[in-house]
Ligand binder design. Sequence first.
Ligand SMILES: [Zn+2]
Length: 180
Amino acid sequence: MNIIQIFEWFPDQESCVAHLEAARWKGEPKCPYCGSANTAPSNDARRRHRCYDCKTSFSVTVGTIFHRTHLPLQKWFLAIMLMLNAKKGLSALQLSRDLDVNKNTAWRIAMQIKRAMTQAEHRLLLAGIVEMDETFIGGKPRKGTKGDGPARTATSAPPSSATTPTISSTNAWRPASWMS
Ligand SMILES: [Zn+2]
């Protein structure tokens, strides 16, 4: 997913909530208070759900960093996307410009996202929201260095295999027989 897709696919709060539900519940809403799956969606525009077991109503944001936020979910999604993609980190000032929010709000969002990233359950949800592989989160430059490893062995491999064809097969195994 990229920034353009967030704008196109989740243009309003309702589509964002639907996406959050899909990322968090994967089609099986669970009551965040008692864990029951015995729930039903209510028909209101805010997409609340009712739990038949503990008789509470809840929305998908309960227990997430998005709970009781005044910021549109779309901006949260963008913040997550920007932060997860920023290899060298993102300043609150930059985030405030990108999201068109004041610096304090940007700072608060950044802190909440950073904190969420340290907790497996929350990290998984954030990754699911922006459809990124959870293992790539946190800007893994090590993936590049790891990629250099096989590349180096690959470059060192051709010379040895290249020398074998140039030397005739008889020459190639004669030293070996001299050795033994
Ligand atoms: Zn419940």
